[in-house]
Design a protein around this ligand. Sequence first.
Ligand code: BGC
Length: 427
Amino acid sequence: MSGPIPAFPAGFRWGVSTSAHQIEGAVETRERSVWDAFSDRPGRVRDGSTAAVACDHCRRYREDVALLAGLGVDAYRFSVSWPRVNSPGGLDFYDRLTDELCAAGVRPVPTLFHWDLPLGLDWRQRATADRFAGYVARVADRLGDRVGSWITLNEPAEHTLLGHALGVHAPGERLLFDALPVAHHQLLAHGLAVRALRAAGATGIGIANSHGPTWPASEQPADREAADLYDTLLNRMFADPLLLGRYPDGVGELMPGDVDADLEVIAEPLDFYGVNYYAPARVGAPDGTDQFGAELPFSRREIPGRPVTDSGWPVVPKALTELLTGFRARYGDRLPPIVITENGCAYDGLDDQARIAYLDGHLRALHEALTAGVDVRGYFVWSLLDNFEWAEGYAHRFGLVHVDFTTQRRTPKASYRWFREVLREQR
Ligand code: BGC
Protein backbone atom coordinates (compact mmCIF):
# COMPACT_ATOMS: atom_id res chain seq x y z
CA MET A 1 0.00 0.00 0.00
CA SER A 2 1.47 3.34 -0.92
CA GLY A 3 -0.49 6.58 -1.04
CA PRO A 4 -4.08 6.99 -2.15
CA ILE A 5 -5.62 4.69 -4.75
CA PRO A 6 -5.26 6.37 -8.18
CA ALA A 7 -8.36 8.12 -9.48
CA PHE A 8 -10.77 6.03 -11.56
CA PRO A 9 -12.67 7.68 -14.42
CA ALA A 10 -15.75 9.75 -13.67
CA GLY A 11 -18.86 7.59 -13.78
CA PHE A 12 -16.97 4.47 -12.69
CA ARG A 13 -19.48 2.39 -10.75
CA TRP A 14 -18.62 1.22 -7.20
CA GLY A 15 -20.57 -1.50 -5.47
CA VAL A 16 -20.75 -4.60 -3.32
CA SER A 17 -22.23 -8.02 -4.11
CA THR A 18 -24.18 -10.70 -2.25
CA SER A 19 -26.36 -13.66 -3.24
CA ALA A 20 -29.81 -14.77 -2.12
CA HIS A 21 -29.03 -18.22 -0.77
CA GLN A 22 -26.01 -16.94 1.15
CA ILE A 23 -27.82 -14.19 3.09
CA GLU A 24 -31.62 -14.34 2.88
CA GLY A 25 -32.67 -17.09 5.29
CA ALA A 26 -36.48 -17.31 5.53
CA VAL A 27 -36.50 -20.74 3.91
CA GLU A 28 -40.01 -21.36 5.20
CA THR A 29 -41.41 -18.72 2.82
CA ARG A 30 -39.97 -20.19 -0.35
CA GLU A 31 -39.68 -23.44 -2.29
CA ARG A 32 -36.65 -25.61 -1.66
CA SER A 33 -33.57 -25.40 -3.81
CA VAL A 34 -30.85 -27.90 -4.68
CA TRP A 35 -28.70 -26.21 -2.03
CA ASP A 36 -31.23 -26.89 0.76
CA ALA A 37 -31.28 -30.57 -0.18
CA PHE A 38 -27.49 -30.73 -0.49
CA SER A 39 -26.90 -29.06 2.90
CA ASP A 40 -29.23 -31.58 4.56
CA ARG A 41 -26.96 -34.42 3.45
CA PRO A 42 -24.50 -35.19 6.28
CA GLY A 43 -20.92 -34.21 5.61
CA ARG A 44 -21.63 -32.02 2.59
CA VAL A 45 -21.23 -28.66 4.34
CA ARG A 46 -18.07 -28.55 6.40
CA ASP A 47 -19.57 -27.23 9.67
CA GLY A 48 -22.88 -29.08 9.19
CA SER A 49 -24.71 -25.77 8.80
CA THR A 50 -27.46 -24.75 6.39
CA ALA A 51 -28.66 -21.42 5.00
CA ALA A 52 -32.03 -21.69 6.76
CA VAL A 53 -31.40 -18.42 8.63
CA ALA A 54 -28.06 -17.19 7.21
CA CYS A 55 -28.03 -13.38 7.69
CA ASP A 56 -31.81 -13.25 8.10
CA HIS A 57 -31.67 -10.66 5.36
CA CYS A 58 -35.29 -11.11 4.26
CA ARG A 59 -36.35 -9.62 7.57
CA ARG A 60 -33.41 -7.27 8.07
CA TYR A 61 -33.04 -5.92 4.54
CA ARG A 62 -33.74 -2.34 5.65
CA GLU A 63 -30.82 -2.42 8.05
CA ASP A 64 -28.66 -3.90 5.28
CA VAL A 65 -29.65 -1.22 2.80
CA ALA A 66 -28.77 1.38 5.45
CA LEU A 67 -25.30 -0.22 5.65
CA LEU A 68 -24.99 0.11 1.87
CA ALA A 69 -26.02 3.74 1.99
CA GLY A 70 -23.60 4.41 4.85
CA LEU A 71 -20.80 2.84 2.82
CA GLY A 72 -21.54 5.17 -0.06
CA VAL A 73 -21.69 2.62 -2.89
CA ASP A 74 -23.45 3.51 -6.16
CA ALA A 75 -24.75 0.01 -6.76
CA TYR A 76 -25.70 -3.21 -5.03
CA ARG A 77 -25.49 -6.57 -6.77
CA PHE A 78 -27.84 -9.09 -5.12
CA SER A 79 -29.43 -12.22 -6.50
CA VAL A 80 -33.04 -13.11 -6.99
CA SER A 81 -33.93 -16.54 -5.69
CA TRP A 82 -35.82 -18.51 -8.33
CA PRO A 83 -37.36 -20.77 -5.63
CA ARG A 84 -38.63 -17.64 -3.84
CA VAL A 85 -40.11 -16.18 -7.01
CA ASN A 86 -41.92 -19.51 -7.49
CA SER A 87 -43.55 -19.08 -4.08
CA PRO A 88 -46.59 -16.98 -3.23
CA GLY A 89 -45.54 -13.38 -2.58
CA GLY A 90 -41.92 -14.16 -3.43
CA LEU A 91 -41.56 -11.33 -5.92
CA ASP A 92 -42.96 -8.90 -3.35
CA PHE A 93 -39.74 -9.20 -1.38
CA TYR A 94 -37.59 -8.11 -4.34
CA ASP A 95 -40.07 -5.36 -5.09
CA ARG A 96 -39.63 -3.97 -1.55
CA LEU A 97 -35.86 -4.41 -1.65
CA THR A 98 -35.67 -2.59 -4.99
CA ASP A 99 -37.75 0.28 -3.65
CA GLU A 100 -35.64 0.52 -0.53
CA LEU A 101 -32.44 0.63 -2.61
CA CYS A 102 -33.79 3.29 -4.96
CA ALA A 103 -34.94 5.39 -2.00
CA ALA A 104 -31.39 5.14 -0.57
CA GLY A 105 -29.85 6.20 -3.88
CA VAL A 106 -28.26 2.78 -4.50
CA ARG A 107 -28.79 1.20 -7.93
CA PRO A 108 -30.18 -2.35 -7.80
CA VAL A 109 -28.21 -4.87 -9.90
CA PRO A 110 -30.04 -8.19 -9.68
CA THR A 111 -28.42 -11.48 -10.67
CA LEU A 112 -31.06 -13.91 -11.86
CA PHE A 113 -29.32 -17.17 -11.00
CA HIS A 114 -26.71 -17.64 -8.30
CA TRP A 115 -26.71 -21.45 -7.93
CA ASP A 116 -29.96 -21.96 -5.96
CA LEU A 117 -31.85 -23.95 -8.59
CA PRO A 118 -35.41 -24.93 -7.59
CA LEU A 119 -35.33 -28.51 -6.34
CA GLY A 120 -36.64 -30.80 -9.07
CA LEU A 121 -35.05 -28.87 -11.91
CA ASP A 122 -31.83 -30.13 -13.44
CA TRP A 123 -29.33 -28.36 -15.71
CA ARG A 124 -28.70 -31.64 -17.53
CA GLN A 125 -32.12 -31.09 -19.07
CA ARG A 126 -32.34 -28.61 -21.91
CA ALA A 127 -35.87 -27.68 -20.78
CA THR A 128 -34.36 -25.98 -17.71
CA ALA A 129 -33.02 -23.25 -20.02
CA ASP A 130 -36.55 -22.51 -21.29
CA ARG A 131 -37.92 -22.55 -17.76
CA PHE A 132 -35.25 -20.06 -16.76
CA ALA A 133 -36.22 -17.65 -19.53
CA GLY A 134 -39.85 -17.80 -18.39
CA TYR A 135 -38.85 -16.98 -14.82
CA VAL A 136 -36.59 -14.14 -15.99
CA ALA A 137 -39.48 -12.61 -17.94
CA ARG A 138 -41.58 -12.58 -14.76
CA VAL A 139 -38.87 -10.85 -12.74
CA ALA A 140 -38.23 -8.30 -15.51
CA ASP A 141 -41.91 -7.58 -15.74
CA ARG A 142 -42.06 -6.81 -12.02
CA LEU A 143 -38.75 -4.97 -11.43
CA GLY A 144 -37.90 -3.66 -14.89
CA ASP A 145 -39.24 -0.15 -14.26
CA ARG A 146 -36.54 0.41 -11.59
CA VAL A 147 -33.65 -1.82 -12.64
CA GLY A 148 -31.06 -0.49 -15.09
CA SER A 149 -28.51 -3.35 -14.95
CA TRP A 150 -29.17 -7.07 -14.99
CA ILE A 151 -26.89 -10.06 -14.58
CA THR A 152 -28.18 -13.33 -15.98
CA LEU A 153 -26.04 -16.02 -14.34
CA ASN A 154 -23.35 -16.17 -11.70
CA GLU A 155 -20.32 -18.31 -12.51
CA PRO A 156 -21.72 -21.14 -14.60
CA ALA A 157 -18.14 -22.50 -14.63
CA GLU A 158 -18.05 -23.06 -10.86
CA HIS A 159 -21.60 -24.33 -10.80
CA THR A 160 -20.74 -26.88 -13.49
CA LEU A 161 -17.38 -27.91 -12.11
CA LEU A 162 -18.04 -27.94 -8.37
CA GLY A 163 -21.73 -28.88 -8.47
CA HIS A 164 -21.93 -31.35 -11.32
CA ALA A 165 -18.44 -32.58 -12.24
CA LEU A 166 -16.86 -32.94 -8.79
CA GLY A 167 -19.92 -33.05 -6.56
CA VAL A 168 -18.58 -30.80 -3.81
CA HIS A 169 -21.37 -28.22 -4.29
CA ALA A 170 -25.08 -28.75 -4.89
CA PRO A 171 -26.57 -30.69 -6.50
CA GLY A 172 -23.64 -32.96 -5.62
CA GLU A 173 -23.31 -34.82 -8.92
CA ARG A 174 -19.95 -36.37 -9.73
CA LEU A 175 -20.24 -36.57 -13.50
CA LEU A 176 -16.70 -35.47 -14.41
CA PHE A 177 -16.66 -34.79 -18.18
CA ASP A 178 -20.27 -35.92 -18.52
CA ALA A 179 -21.12 -32.60 -16.83
CA LEU A 180 -20.45 -30.68 -20.05
CA PRO A 181 -24.16 -30.45 -21.02
CA VAL A 182 -24.72 -28.60 -17.75
CA ALA A 183 -22.39 -25.87 -19.01
CA HIS A 184 -24.09 -25.73 -22.39
CA HIS A 185 -27.59 -25.53 -20.96
CA GLN A 186 -26.62 -22.72 -18.60
CA LEU A 187 -25.07 -20.79 -21.48
CA LEU A 188 -28.20 -21.38 -23.52
CA ALA A 189 -30.30 -20.22 -20.55
CA HIS A 190 -28.19 -17.08 -20.45
CA GLY A 191 -28.84 -16.35 -24.14
CA LEU A 192 -32.57 -16.97 -23.78
CA ALA A 193 -32.62 -14.73 -20.71
CA VAL A 194 -30.88 -11.95 -22.66
CA ARG A 195 -33.65 -12.20 -25.26
CA ALA A 196 -36.36 -12.18 -22.58
CA LEU A 197 -34.79 -9.12 -20.94
CA ARG A 198 -34.46 -7.29 -24.26
CA ALA A 199 -38.10 -8.10 -25.02
CA ALA A 200 -38.94 -6.46 -21.67
CA GLY A 201 -36.99 -3.35 -22.70
CA ALA A 202 -33.78 -3.90 -20.69
CA THR A 203 -30.68 -2.08 -21.90
CA GLY A 204 -27.99 -2.99 -19.36
CA ILE A 205 -27.42 -6.74 -19.53
CA GLY A 206 -24.38 -8.78 -18.55
CA ILE A 207 -23.25 -12.04 -16.98
CA ALA A 208 -20.87 -12.67 -14.05
CA ASN A 209 -18.26 -15.22 -15.07
CA SER A 210 -15.35 -16.30 -12.90
CA HIS A 211 -11.96 -15.97 -14.48
CA GLY A 212 -8.33 -16.14 -13.46
CA PRO A 213 -5.04 -16.53 -15.27
CA THR A 214 -3.81 -20.12 -15.47
CA TRP A 215 -0.09 -20.55 -15.04
CA PRO A 216 1.61 -23.80 -16.07
CA ALA A 217 3.55 -25.35 -13.18
CA SER A 218 6.60 -25.65 -15.45
CA GLU A 219 7.62 -25.39 -19.09
CA GLN A 220 7.40 -29.20 -19.45
CA PRO A 221 4.94 -30.16 -22.22
CA ALA A 222 2.84 -32.27 -19.82
CA ASP A 223 2.37 -29.31 -17.47
CA ARG A 224 1.66 -26.90 -20.30
CA GLU A 225 -0.95 -29.23 -21.77
CA ALA A 226 -2.64 -29.74 -18.42
CA ALA A 227 -2.71 -25.97 -17.79
CA ASP A 228 -4.11 -25.38 -21.25
CA LEU A 229 -6.94 -27.86 -20.65
CA TYR A 230 -7.71 -26.24 -17.29
CA ASP A 231 -7.76 -22.80 -18.92
CA THR A 232 -10.14 -24.11 -21.58
CA LEU A 233 -12.53 -25.61 -19.04
CA LEU A 234 -12.57 -22.71 -16.56
CA ASN A 235 -12.03 -19.66 -18.73
CA ARG A 236 -12.44 -20.09 -22.49
CA MET A 237 -15.33 -22.55 -22.48
CA PHE A 238 -17.49 -19.89 -20.83
CA ALA A 239 -16.16 -16.72 -22.45
CA ASP A 240 -15.60 -17.86 -26.07
CA PRO A 241 -19.21 -18.84 -26.80
CA LEU A 242 -20.48 -15.54 -25.38
CA LEU A 243 -17.92 -13.29 -27.00
CA LEU A 244 -16.85 -15.16 -30.14
CA GLY A 245 -19.94 -17.27 -30.81
CA ARG A 246 -17.99 -20.54 -30.74
CA TYR A 247 -16.58 -23.09 -28.33
CA PRO A 248 -12.83 -23.61 -28.02
CA ASP A 249 -11.45 -26.33 -30.32
CA GLY A 250 -12.64 -29.81 -29.42
CA VAL A 251 -15.38 -28.69 -27.01
CA GLY A 252 -18.37 -28.01 -29.29
CA GLU A 253 -18.42 -31.65 -30.47
CA LEU A 254 -19.01 -32.77 -26.89
CA MET A 255 -22.04 -30.57 -26.35
CA PRO A 256 -25.65 -31.75 -26.77
CA GLY A 257 -28.27 -30.54 -29.25
CA ASP A 258 -27.92 -28.32 -32.29
CA VAL A 259 -24.86 -26.51 -31.01
CA ASP A 260 -24.49 -24.08 -33.93
CA ALA A 261 -28.07 -22.87 -33.58
CA ASP A 262 -27.66 -22.58 -29.81
CA LEU A 263 -24.45 -20.59 -30.18
CA GLU A 264 -26.39 -17.89 -32.00
CA VAL A 265 -28.59 -17.52 -28.94
CA ILE A 266 -25.65 -17.75 -26.54
CA ALA A 267 -23.75 -14.98 -28.35
CA GLU A 268 -26.50 -12.37 -28.06
CA PRO A 269 -24.68 -9.04 -27.65
CA LEU A 270 -24.07 -7.91 -24.08
CA ASP A 271 -23.89 -4.42 -22.63
CA PHE A 272 -21.18 -5.40 -20.16
CA TYR A 273 -19.15 -8.46 -19.28
CA GLY A 274 -18.91 -9.23 -15.56
CA VAL A 275 -15.69 -10.74 -14.26
CA ASN A 276 -15.48 -12.36 -10.82
CA TYR A 277 -11.82 -12.50 -9.89
CA TYR A 278 -10.21 -14.00 -6.80
CA ALA A 279 -6.89 -15.67 -7.64
CA PRO A 280 -4.82 -17.19 -10.43
CA ALA A 281 -4.31 -20.94 -10.69
CA ARG A 282 -1.00 -22.73 -11.10
CA VAL A 283 -1.68 -25.99 -12.84
CA GLY A 284 0.39 -29.01 -13.78
CA ALA A 285 0.02 -32.57 -15.00
CA PRO A 286 -1.81 -34.96 -12.63
CA ASP A 287 0.35 -35.63 -9.57
CA GLY A 288 -1.94 -38.00 -7.68
CA THR A 289 -2.67 -35.47 -4.92
CA ASP A 290 -5.75 -33.74 -6.23
CA GLN A 291 -7.88 -32.27 -3.46
CA PHE A 292 -11.08 -33.64 -4.95
CA GLY A 293 -9.87 -37.24 -4.97
CA ALA A 294 -10.92 -37.70 -8.57
CA GLU A 295 -8.76 -38.74 -11.48
CA LEU A 296 -8.47 -35.39 -13.16
CA PRO A 297 -6.23 -34.66 -16.14
CA PHE A 298 -4.58 -31.78 -14.25
CA SER A 299 -3.58 -30.84 -10.70
CA ARG A 300 -3.66 -27.49 -8.93
CA ARG A 301 -0.33 -26.51 -7.40
CA GLU A 302 0.67 -23.99 -4.78
CA ILE A 303 1.93 -20.61 -5.90
CA PRO A 304 5.14 -20.29 -3.92
CA GLY A 305 5.95 -17.15 -1.98
CA ARG A 306 2.42 -15.79 -1.87
CA PRO A 307 0.31 -15.22 1.25
CA VAL A 308 -2.99 -17.06 1.26
CA THR A 309 -6.42 -16.06 2.57
CA ASP A 310 -8.45 -18.09 5.08
CA SER A 311 -9.78 -20.08 2.13
CA GLY A 312 -6.22 -20.92 1.13
CA TRP A 313 -6.37 -18.82 -2.03
CA PRO A 314 -3.14 -17.06 -3.02
CA VAL A 315 -3.12 -13.27 -3.01
CA VAL A 316 -1.77 -12.11 -6.38
CA PRO A 317 -3.15 -8.68 -7.35
CA LYS A 318 -1.06 -8.34 -10.50
CA ALA A 319 -2.81 -11.41 -11.92
CA LEU A 320 -5.92 -9.24 -12.22
CA THR A 321 -4.08 -6.87 -14.55
CA GLU A 322 -2.79 -9.86 -16.50
CA LEU A 323 -6.27 -11.35 -16.73
CA LEU A 324 -7.85 -8.16 -18.05
CA THR A 325 -5.14 -7.27 -20.55
CA GLY A 326 -5.22 -10.91 -21.71
CA PHE A 327 -8.97 -10.67 -22.19
CA ARG A 328 -8.59 -7.54 -24.23
CA ALA A 329 -5.93 -9.24 -26.39
CA ARG A 330 -8.02 -12.38 -26.93
CA TYR A 331 -11.43 -10.83 -27.53
CA GLY A 332 -10.52 -7.43 -28.96
CA ASP A 333 -13.49 -5.43 -30.16
CA ARG A 334 -15.87 -8.29 -29.37
CA LEU A 335 -15.38 -7.52 -25.67
CA PRO A 336 -18.00 -5.19 -24.20
CA PRO A 337 -17.04 -2.96 -21.27
CA ILE A 338 -15.95 -5.05 -18.29
CA VAL A 339 -17.36 -4.77 -14.78
CA ILE A 340 -15.59 -6.55 -11.92
CA THR A 341 -18.68 -8.15 -10.41
CA GLU A 342 -16.83 -9.85 -7.53
CA ASN A 343 -13.47 -9.47 -5.85
CA GLY A 344 -12.71 -10.15 -2.22
CA CYS A 345 -11.22 -12.50 0.33
CA ALA A 346 -11.93 -14.52 3.47
CA TYR A 347 -10.29 -13.28 6.67
CA ASP A 348 -11.44 -13.44 10.25
CA GLY A 349 -11.66 -10.51 12.66
CA LEU A 350 -13.03 -6.99 12.88
CA ASP A 351 -9.70 -5.26 12.39
CA ASP A 352 -9.25 -6.93 9.01
CA GLN A 353 -6.08 -5.27 7.78
CA ALA A 354 -5.35 -8.25 5.52
CA ARG A 355 -8.63 -7.64 3.64
CA ILE A 356 -7.75 -3.96 3.29
CA ALA A 357 -4.36 -4.93 1.84
CA TYR A 358 -6.03 -7.38 -0.56
CA LEU A 359 -8.58 -4.86 -1.81
CA ASP A 360 -6.04 -2.05 -1.99
CA GLY A 361 -3.70 -4.20 -4.08
CA HIS A 362 -6.48 -5.29 -6.41
CA LEU A 363 -7.77 -1.77 -6.97
CA ARG A 364 -4.27 -0.67 -7.96
CA ALA A 365 -3.96 -3.68 -10.28
CA LEU A 366 -7.34 -2.84 -11.78
CA HIS A 367 -6.27 0.73 -12.34
CA GLU A 368 -3.20 -0.55 -14.18
CA ALA A 369 -5.46 -2.47 -16.53
CA LEU A 370 -7.41 0.71 -17.25
CA THR A 371 -4.19 2.56 -17.92
CA ALA A 372 -3.24 -0.23 -20.34
CA GLY A 373 -6.44 0.50 -22.26
CA VAL A 374 -8.92 -2.06 -20.92
CA ASP A 375 -12.43 -0.60 -20.70
CA VAL A 376 -13.55 -1.35 -17.13
CA ARG A 377 -16.64 0.46 -15.86
CA GLY A 378 -17.23 -0.81 -12.34
CA TYR A 379 -15.95 -2.76 -9.34
CA PHE A 380 -17.99 -4.74 -6.79
CA VAL A 381 -16.50 -6.12 -3.56
CA TRP A 382 -17.54 -9.59 -2.50
CA SER A 383 -19.19 -9.24 -0.06
CA LEU A 384 -21.25 -6.81 2.01
CA LEU A 385 -21.87 -9.31 4.83
CA ASP A 386 -20.25 -12.41 6.25
CA ASN A 387 -22.52 -15.15 4.96
CA PHE A 388 -23.15 -18.82 4.17
CA GLU A 389 -20.04 -19.66 2.19
CA TRP A 390 -21.49 -22.72 0.44
CA ALA A 391 -19.69 -25.98 1.33
CA GLU A 392 -17.54 -24.09 3.86
CA GLY A 393 -20.62 -23.13 5.88
CA TYR A 394 -20.03 -20.07 8.05
CA ALA A 395 -16.31 -20.66 8.56
CA HIS A 396 -14.99 -18.30 5.91
CA ARG A 397 -15.86 -14.63 6.37
CA PHE A 398 -15.86 -12.47 3.23
CA GLY A 399 -17.86 -9.50 4.59
CA LEU A 400 -16.98 -5.85 4.97
CA VAL A 401 -19.55 -6.15 7.75
CA HIS A 402 -19.22 -8.79 10.47
CA VAL A 403 -22.33 -10.82 11.24
CA ASP A 404 -22.77 -12.51 14.61
CA PHE A 405 -24.81 -15.52 13.51
CA THR A 406 -26.26 -16.01 17.01
CA THR A 407 -27.61 -12.50 17.54
CA GLN A 408 -27.65 -11.32 13.87
CA ARG A 409 -25.82 -8.22 15.01
CA ARG A 410 -24.01 -6.44 12.15
CA THR A 411 -20.68 -4.71 12.93
CA PRO A 412 -18.80 -2.84 10.21
CA LYS A 413 -15.18 -3.97 10.03
CA ALA A 414 -12.08 -1.83 9.46
CA SER A 415 -12.38 -2.70 5.75
CA TYR A 416 -15.87 -1.15 5.61
CA ARG A 417 -14.50 2.14 6.92
CA TRP A 418 -11.51 1.91 4.57
CA PHE A 419 -13.70 1.27 1.50
CA ARG A 420 -16.01 4.14 2.51
CA GLU A 421 -12.94 6.42 2.58
CA VAL A 422 -11.77 5.16 -0.83
CA LEU A 423 -15.20 5.93 -2.28
CA ARG A 424 -15.16 9.43 -0.77
CA GLU A 425 -11.75 10.11 -2.30
CA GLN A 426 -12.91 8.89 -5.69
CA ARG A 427 -15.74 11.44 -5.83
C1 BGC B 1 -19.24 -16.93 -5.68
C2 BGC B 1 -19.72 -16.48 -4.33
C3 BGC B 1 -18.78 -16.98 -3.26
C4 BGC B 1 -17.42 -16.39 -3.51
C5 BGC B 1 -16.36 -16.79 -2.49
C6 BGC B 1 -17.76 -16.80 -5.88
O1 BGC B 1 -17.31 -17.91 -6.56
O2 BGC B 1 -19.95 -16.27 -6.69
O3 BGC B 1 -21.03 -16.94 -4.14
O4 BGC B 1 -19.22 -16.72 -1.98
O5 BGC B 1 -16.96 -16.81 -4.76
O6 BGC B 1 -16.14 -18.16 -2.52
